[in-house]
Design a protein around this ligand. Structure first.
Ligand code: NAP
Length: 316
């Protein structure tokens, strides 16, 4: 790494999208660096089991990420374990600013920074985080062995993690605000067939109740009547969606109303040479295979962009 180097492409984020981009960038002989501040693999690294990545009928999320990382390293991808604090578009080149003050120059940037679990914004949620409130079943499910937990949400994550928690705990309440799930049919069938899961449709959490030992229950409010009632639970797992991590996206890049980056079919944003991939960009579905595909698309597009740029720039 050097401030004097002009990279062809800088990839920000080391999840499936970023690592796939890194692999393809190296295969296209680009001068590339991938920068990751935390855990390689992003959200997938904390997913217990992945059953829908082609070629792997079942693999642990962390194990799959290890394979992505090994594969990218096999191409000698330069990797920096550092924090990016800003991406700055320029006319001759773009820049990526690190927390230590270093500024790296590059022709193209691939933003692969993913997203973060949304909060429920319920009373008692923040003060009980880590005391019974959790956003990660794989991380915290173990602490509720033989106990009762509530899962909130109706998407794939809620269904998948309710099933996971049913294996560990005594009972799972699955609380959803509507009377049908958003999650996939196959997960719905498994949830309906699991005797440890009690589904509470048309209900939202009014308050998470606790004492000095942590969560003790939740107060529920019906979405179809005036009814309110309480259930006893030792934990509350919240899976109500996801927000894109768009804080590093430079001003001038177009976002949709939910904060996802709008791109074209090459994953290029509204600024030339800046690409967004994976869960950060607006698209039909967020899946690991699609994140990896985005990484591939953006790296190939960046290779073409860099080649054209070099042809247009007379050698000095
Ligand atoms: P999601 O699909 O956006 O589902 C969020 C769920 O939370 C919805 O059921 C929504 O209800 C509910 N919700 C949102 N805000 C709420 C609130 N304030 N109070 C109560 N409920 C609320 O999110 P996700 O399940 O995290 O999935 C994100 C993406 O990852 C999806 O594309 C999903 O397919 C994918 N994913 C795939 C897998 C897999 O294939 N193995 C696993 C996990 C995630 P409504 O339905 O009423 O809107």
């Amino acid at each position: 790494m050097s401030e004097n180097t002009l990279y062809d492409v800088i990839i920000v984020g080391g999840g499936p999208a970023g690592l796939a981009a890194g692999m393809y960038a190296k295969r296209a002989a680009l001068k590339a660096v991938l920068i990751e501040k935390g855990v390689f693999g992003g959200q997938v690294a904390i997913t217990k089991s992945v059953e829908n990545y082609p070629g792997f009928p079942e693999i642990g999320g962390f194990d799959l990420c290890e394979k992505f990382l090994e594969h990218a390293k096999a191409y000698d991808l330069e990797i920096l374990e550092k924090e990016v604090v800003a991406t700055e578009p320029g006319i001759d080149y773009h820049s990526v600013r690190l927390a230590d003050g270093t500024v790296l120059r590059t022709n193209a940037i691939i933003m692969a920074v993913g997203g973060t679990a949304k909060k429920l914004e319920a009373a008692g949620e923040d003060e009980n985080f880590g005391k019974g409130v959790s956003y990660c079943a794989t991380c915290d499910g173990f602490f509720f062995r033989g106990k009762t937990v509530a899962v909130v949400g109706g998407g794939d994550t809620a269904l998948e993690d309710a099933l996971y928690l049913a294996k560990i705990t005594e009972k799972v309440y699955l609380i959803h605000r509507r009377d049908e799930f958003r999650g996939s049919r196959i997960l719905q069938q498994r949830v309906f067939a699991e005797p440890k899961i009690e589904i509470l449709f048309n209900a939202v959490v009014g308050k998470i109740k606790s004492d000095e030992g942590g969560v003790t229950g939740v107060s529920l409010v019906s979405t179809t009547s005036e009814e309110t009632w309480d259930i006893d639970t030792d934990g509350v797992f919240i899976f109500v969606g996801f927000s894109p991590n768009n804080q590093l996206v430079p001003a001038g890049v177009k976002l949709n109303s939910s904060g996802y980056v709008i791109t074209d079919e090459k994953c290029e944003t509204s600024i030339d040479g800046i690409y967004a991939v994976g869960d950060l960009r607006q698209k039909f579905a967020n899946q690991i295979v699609l994140a990896a595909a985005d990484g591939c698309t953006a790296a190939l597009a960046a290779a073409h962009y860099v080649e054209m740029k070099k042809e247009d720039t007379p050698a000095s």
